[in-house]
Ligand binder design. Structure first.
Ligand code: OVV
Length: 409
């Protein structure tokens, strides 16, 4: 079979409009809201003429595809490349890029090692770290992406995993690589992949048992191998998953939260008046900005969704960002409102593959937003926010601002 962008090219199913947009182009990646609106307006699915695959962004269908791992598999990759037809760029993740029943085994180990109890013990160090960081950044012009959004997760998360000598740059760039890799072979993917030889061997080395501290999440994963739940090789692969999915995502969530709060001062005032809203503000940031903008699934067999026939091998780009702003599902969808009910948002996915690190991700976001709420009276933009295109992540490149301190009294 001739591959097209690494997958089986399909013809437009009956009733599905053709669309020549590039969902991996600069416009869709850096200014996605108009792209989301057009996508949902086209119907439950549209046919991407440039990629010969489907795209969806309405809440109901996007969730349906994500929920049903039997019809829509992850084992053929969650990007445009079909792992059944094309060799992946790295050994596939044994939790993201697999299906049940094997998925259940690896997922269970991660669930245990990232449980609410484990995260509860991290809250104090997260809070201390966030307080100290915010204190250092007060009342001067900062670049919040590097100074805060990158600085916080890279100072707490690798340590929690048990990395002895974290290299923040390599960790962040590996995240960017993994997420760009699920897109097509475009400039974004090529540019970052050129750095793989500098980064991938370092990452793999950090995953070895002898390079991890004996009191971190990594050690707990290896302890599951001692128990016979998984093999030592599988333990190393699960540590790799933490480093793949646990840095760039939280960096992006925190950066996007700062952007939301800086551009919605009324909402920041609410948070400041009641710092216990920190978690709600982070959650609304996830819904409003969808740090992971889109993931694919692959139809494992001929099937149908909302009356549309979908043939085996069809790649479907599920645009979580569009579903999270669907006015048919969310009242006043386009309003950033930290008091709204956010449950059911798809920013952390849905179904059996939903974010396994969500407890720790939320604890990180909450720690930072609470530290701000307690110490900062106003978040003042001092320049233009600039977005950084990535094939799957909706993240800022630069966010110049000032954290204006509470007047002393
Ligand atoms: C990009 C990504 C998301 C979630 C999990 C993984 C990667 C993984 O490597 O397991």
């Amino acid at each position: 079979m001739d591959l097209f962008h690494g997958h089986k090219p399909i013809a437009p199913p009956d009733g599905v409009p053709e669309w020549d947009v590039d969902p991996y182009g600069d416009a869709a990646l850096t200014d996605p809201v108009p792209f989301f609106d057009t996508l949902r307006g086209l119907g439950p699915f549209a046919y991407l003429t440039r990629y010969k695959m489907l795209i969806c962004g309405r809440y109901n269908e996007t969730r349906e595809v994500f929920q049903d791992h039997e019809r829509f598999v992850s084992s053929r990759g969650v990007g445009v490349s079909d792992f059944a037809l094309e060799e992946p760029w790295r050994p596939p993740s044994i939790v993201l890029e697999v299906d049940p029943p094997y998925h259940n085994k690896t997922r269970r180990v991660l669930m245990r090692t990232l449980s609410p109890k484990v995260v509860a013990d991290l809250r104090d160090p997260f809070a201390r770290n966030a307080d100290a960081l915010v204190e250092r950044l007060l009342d001067r012009e900062i670049e919040a992406v590097s100074d805060l959004a990158e600085a916080f997760p890279t100072s707490v998360f690798p340590k929690a995993v048990g990395i002895r000598e974290p290299d923040s740059r390599k960790l962040i760039d590996y995240g960017a690589m993994v997420f760009n890799a699920i897109g097509p072979d475009n400039d974004l993917r090529r540019r970052i992949m050129a750095r793989a030889p500098d980064i991938v061997p370092w990452i793999n080395e950090q995953c070895l048992r002898e390079n991890l501290t004996d009191d971190g999440i990594g050690a707990a994963i290896y302890a599951a191998a001692d128990q016979g739940d998984i093999s030592p090789e599988e333990a190393g692969m699960l540590v790799r998953s933490l480093l793949s999915a646990g840095v760039d995502t939280t960096v992006t969530g925190i950066g996007n939260a700062l952007w939301c709060l800086a551009t919605h001062p009324d909402q920041y005032d609410l948070l400041r008046a009641d710092p216990s809203l920190a978690l709600a503000a982070f959650e609304e940031t996830l819904r409003f900005t969808s740090p992971v903008q889109a993931f694919c699934r692959t139809a494992g067999a001929d099937t149908e969704v909302s009356g549309i026939s979908i043939e085996e091998g069809t790649k479907i780009l599920c645009v979580l960002g569009a579903a999270n702003l669907d006015p048919e599902h969310w009242p006043d969808a386009g309003r950033f409102d930290i008091t709204r009910k956010t449950s059911g948002h798809l920013a952390l996915g849905a179904g059996p593959h939903n974010c396994v690190g969500q407890n720790i991700a939320r604890a990180e976001g909450q720690a930072v937003l609470r530290a701000l709420a307690e110490r900062v009276s106003r978040i003042e933009l001092t320049g233009d926010a600039v977005w950084r295109p990535n094939n799957a992540i909706h993240a800022l490149d630069r966010l110049p601002l000032r954290l204006v301190s509470e007047p002393a009294n």
